[in-house]
Design a protein around this ligand. Structure first.
Ligand SMILES: Cc1cc2nc3c(=O)[nH]c(=O)nc-3n(C[C@H](O)[C@H](O)[C@H](O)COP(=O)(O)OP(=O)(O)OC[C@H]3O[C@@H](n4cnc5c(N)ncnc54)[C@H](O)[C@@H]3O)c2cc1C
Length: 593
């Protein structure tokens, strides 16, 4: 087929899943097993998705470390961790369905670490408690050493091969196609190896494109975490939810950004300042170094601002694990030791590791219900479902993490809601045989690709991207205030204007990485804007969103989600679901650890 100057092929599946990470592969497995024809489109080989980097584990009340553990305690911790803007029906679903999904993974062959008695190993993580916060620290994170994501992703990939899932590896998805009746009916994409452009028609699309940590200069995420699915949604006039909420992990390796898992502190490690003092007990007397991530990150910044940072620049702190002994470190934290030796020249068996808060996780994303169906809001403020469009994993906002995600809850979110979306699609896949797609629909979905392919001169993506990342780092970081953010927005406006003249230098077809980076950058810039405007709008401090000018949480005005629309950078509010189905509401309380 040919349209204008662009030639393309056509393909057809019942369901297209964009993303071969943990969430995409859990959904594709469920759908493939039911006999539907499913295609997984992934810009990297699936086992190279960011899920592979997850270290610490998957949190779930399987009652291995403590036979009395209860999913309701896990639910309480998660609601509290979210600073009360996580939807309680979704959190209830995740925590109660969790054990079954974890045991499914075990039965598929995921090589979990074990206790002496043979049961799955569980380690303590931040924000975990027993007895609704009254019974002390819980140990609820199931782990395969410090390579849990690696084990999980490979297990799911193999199960998908067995189930007959179709893979389009190293294909880049550009846009969603809606037909003239507004029905979701396919995607535009291209094969990165050859440059071949293709239109894939389908009856349901699942966006499982992962997070967008690359929007910040310092982050723990892979270079591929550019939020492409979020860009696609914004370009279809659909909203993103809670985009002001970004998690800064307290322990990114100083100068490099690699993650030093919370498992280090879970196993007994702790943070010290330049005076060699363990400072967390001063801020969080009960939970100490295992207070939740937003809290620990802010404490580190406080120590640095008070002049107690380490190193020549006094701009980081130290993570001490040497006292755990070499045997424990080699057995339980082997990757941490390797990363720290390779990138910081520090052997943690002997010396503490230099660390600093680093952007780690996107709590916001594409709003969905617990079936993974994408939600939008009409002009009267009512929710409606976008038929045929689903989102899961870090790309989605269902919302179980609210204003702050607890460690180990993302891997659980991937498999619980990946499975739920798969089940829903199996039951309800719209019957309509491949919906009508017109040439205009196709042309629209190829518009950006055609435009960048035809540029003659202009600015390079590389300078634009680094300027954008720098603005996000300095104006929308751990602490925020109105003046700073307004200045940041001005700078983003300027970058957005410059981006209109972006120039693709390399016009070749095969393995054109510059073309991919331009498309990724355009998505990142939309996400930067979504974050900036949502952050300016939320006039309170909650979870990861800490405002110096509004230091208190304001439940009267802000116990709600924010919704960002690309059109006019509009931000509106959406109610939080405070009503779980089987237990009482967990009412908002001050969040102390
Ligand atoms: C270093 C690190 C450690 C972590 N440790 C933990 C942990 O211990 N426990 C925990 O619970 N969470 C952890 N997290 C968070 C968790 O790993 C992620 O949130 C989760 O893995 C995301 O999975 P996903 O399925 O949403 O997407 P990803 O695994 O990020 O996969 C995204 C997929 O989308 C595809 N894709 C994206 N855009 C396109 C496009 N345009 N076209 C085609 N394909 C596309 C990619 O190819 C990829 O296959 C960690 C995160 C990091 C960064």
């Amino acid at each position: 087929m040919k349209l204008g100057n662009i030639e393309f092929t056509e393909q057809q599946f019942d369901v297209v899943i964009i993303g071969g990470g943990g969430s995409g592969l859990r959904a594709s497995l469920e759908i493939s097993k039911s006999g539907l024809n499913v295609g997984v489109v992934s810009k990297v080989f699936p086992t190279r998705s960011h899920t592979v980097a997850a270290q610490g584990g998957i949190t779930c009340a399987i009652a291995s470390a403590d036979p009395n553990d209860d999913w309701r305690w896990h639910m309480f911790d998660t609601v509290k961790g979210s600073d009360y803007i996580g939807d309680q029906d979704a959190i209830e679903y995740m925590c109660s369905e969790g054990p079954e999904t974890v045991f499914e993974l075990e039965h598929m062959g995921l090589p979990f670490s074990r206790f002496e008695n043979g049961r799955i190993y569980q380690r303590p993580f931040g924000g975990q408690s027993k007895e609704y916060g009254e019974g002390g620290q819980a140990a609820r994170t199931c782990a395969a050493a410090d390579r849990t994501g690696h084990a999980l992703l490979h297990t799911l990939y193999q199960a998908n091969l067995k189930a007959g899932t179709n893979f389009l590896n190293e294909w880049f998805a550009v846009d969603i196609i809606k037909n003239d009746s507004g029905v979701v009916s396919g995607i535009s994409c291209f094969d990165m190896e050859t440059g071949e452009v293709s239109i894939i028609k389908c009856n349901a699309i699942v966006l499982a494109t992962g997070g967008a940590g690359q929007v910040y200069e310092q982050n723990t995420t892979s270079l591929i975490c550019t939020g492409d699915g979020l860009g696609m949604v914004l370009r279809k006039d659909l909203p993103l939810q809670d985009m002001e909420m970004w998690q800064f992990h307290p322990t990114g390796l100083y100068g490099n950004g690699s993650l030093m898992t919370e498992g280090c502190r879970g196993e007994g490690g702790y943070l010290v300042n330049s005076e060699g003092k363990r400072f967390m007990p001063d801020y969080a007397p009960k939970a100490k170094d295992l207070a939740s991530r937003d809290v620990v990150s802010r404490c580190i910044v406080q120590e640095i601002l008070a002049g107690r940072g380490c190193g020549d620049k006094k701009d980081h702190v130290l993570l001490k694990i040497d006292h755990l002994g070499s045997e424990a470190i080699i057995k339980k934290l082997p990757e941490i030791r390797e990363i720290s030796m390779t990138f910081a020249n520090v052997d943690p068996i002997e010396n503490p590791i230099p660390v600093v808060p680093t952007c780690h996780y996107m709590m916001g994303g594409i709003p969905t219900n617990i079936n993974g169906q994408v939600i939008t809001q009409d002009s009267n403020g009512n929710d409606s479902i976008v038929n045929g469009l689903y989102s899961i994993g870090e790309a989605a906002n269902v919302s179980v993490h609210g204003a702050n995600r607890l460690g180990g809850n993302s891997l659980l979110d991937l498999v619980v809601f990946g499975r739920a979306a798969g089940k829903h699609i199996n039951e309800e896949l719209p019957e309509q045989s491949s919906s009508e797609v017109s040439n205009t629909n196709i042309e629209e979905s190829l518009e950006t690709l055609i435009r960048i392919q035809e540029t003659k001169k202009g600015e390079s993506v590389f300078s634009l991207r680094s300027d954008m990342q720098n603005v996000m780092q300095n104006y929308f970081g751990v602490y925020r205030n109105e003046d700073l953010m307004k200045e940041g927005i001005k700078k983003l406006e300027d970058i957005t204007e410059r981006t209109k003249k972006i120039h693709l230098n390399d016009k070749s077809g095969q393995f054109n990485s510059e073309k991919v980076e331009v498309l990724e950058y355009l998505n990142l810039l939309d996400i930067a804007n979504a974050t900036a405007y949502s952050a300016l709008e939320r006039k309170e401090s909650r979870g990861a969103h800490a405002r110096e000018d509004f230091p208190e949480r304001d439940d009267e005005n802000w116990l709600c989600h924010s919704l960002f629309f690309k059109d006019k950078n509009k931000v509106s509010k959406r109610a939080v679901n405070l009503k779980p189905k089987t237990v009482e509401t967990f009412k908002p309380k001050p969040r102390v650890y």
